[in-house]
Design a protein around this ligand. Structure first.
Ligand SMILES: Cc1ncc(COP(=O)(O)O)c(C=O)c1O
Length: 332
């Protein structure tokens, strides 16, 4: 049964959620727009999914005021759950891995008594399988636990569809290409559905990082959180994807730095990936000017000690000048 007070709280949050800006970025051959999801209250696009998942669970009576939310996250989804759970007055245990940004971990530890950190990756399965195994243990151990399961919960997809997706299509009269980074696949599933409904011919380009298995590549150790996954998440099957680009972590770092120097946008790693993909995709473009949109999924402040730090980049062999593997553009 729905807890009326919790429902009223989550509905108030939904009504107060600010819209994010759609910013035009100058480019020689394309009409380029960035949707600034970094300005969400929790700092990333994940706010849209987290809000909708909690809202629907409250509506179904699966979350009450005695619930503890337990979730695996590379950082951003936990930050989104964190401010939402605090506002709702319910508990959160986030399960993180050592790739998490220091800033995200500090915020979570300041907010919650208990934050879990897994030790290491499970074989080629990466950190995600370790985190999910710990979540499974916590669900047994903690009474009244609720697992949002961002990897397969369709309410997350719906959040992107209803919120960022609706705003994106309302802000444009036409769209030829939409570039979206993939992790759980919730963002691309929600946005691609909304965009294809509004602009039937739009091409949706999925952007992944080398070492992630989502698009079928071989797994390997990755260092930058956000984009990519060591499993193929079920939500990806619900996305309308016309093309895909895989970007190495070296290119990801270069993309972040170029976005900053060329447009003054300090963005997180996944946005650097997407920006690198867009530049590569349209490098030899000579046709009519296409309208292209992408998400700035999170801001770069939390990456100042990693992606934007020369010593960290060099220690992880991610210096663009160091010659990373050139990842190719492939059509699905
Ligand atoms: C910064 C950032 N970009 C992109 C993604 C991928 O989004 P999704 O999980 O909806 O596929 C994530 C996911 O955590 C993220 O944190």
């Amino acid at each position: 049964m729905t807890d009326p007070e919790l429902w009223e709280r989550i509905e108030a949050i939904r009504r107060e959620m600010p819209r994010t800006d759609l910013v035009r970025l100058p480019h020689p051959s394309i009409e380029l727009y960035a949707k600034m999801e970094s300005t969400n209250p929790g700092g990333s696009a994940k706010d849209r999914a987290a809000l909708w998942i909690l809202r629907e669970a409250i509506r179904r009576g699966e979350i009450t005021r005695r619930t503890t939310v337990v979730e695996s996250s590379s950082g951003n989804f936990a930050l989104s759950l964190s401010w939402l759970c605090a506002r709702l007055g319910i508990q959160l245990i986030a399960v993180l891995d050592p790739n998490v940004n220091g800033a995200a971990e500090r915020i979570l530890r300041k907010t919650w008594d208990r934050v879990e950190m897994v030790d290491g990756p499970v074989g080629a399965g990466g950190f995600l399988l370790s985190r999910l195994a710990r979540v499974a243990e916590l669900l047994q151990e903690v009474g009244g636990a609720y697992w949002p399961d961002q990897y397969s919960n369709v309410d997350g997809l719906r959040g992107h569809y209803e919120l960022a997706g609706a705003e994106l299509v309302a802000g444009l009269s036409h769209l030829d290409y939409l570039f979206v980074g993939i992790g759980t696949g919730a963002t691309i599933a929600g946005l691609s559905r909304r965009a294809t409904e509004a602009f039937g011919e739009v091409k949706v380009v999925a952007v992944d990082v080398a070492g992630s298995v989502i698009l079928g590549g071989p797994p390997c150790r990755r260092y930058i959180p956000g984009i990519g996954s060591s499993i193929r998440p079920p939500l990806i099957a619900q996305a309308v994807i016309t093309d895909s680009v895989t970007v190495s972590e070296q290119e990801e770092v270069a993309g972040c730095h170029e976005l900053l120097r060329e447009h003054g946008v300090l963005a997180g790693g996944s946005t650097g990936c997407v920006y690198a993909a867009i530049k590569r995709y349209f490098a030899c473009w000579s046709g009519p000017t296409p309208v292209v949109a992408f998400l700035c999924a999170d801001g770069g402040e939390a990456y100042l000690d990693t992606v934007y730090d020369a010593a960290w980049v060099s220690a992880h062999h991610l210096d663009p000048a160091g010659g990373g593997s050139a990842a190719g553009v492939k059509a699905d």
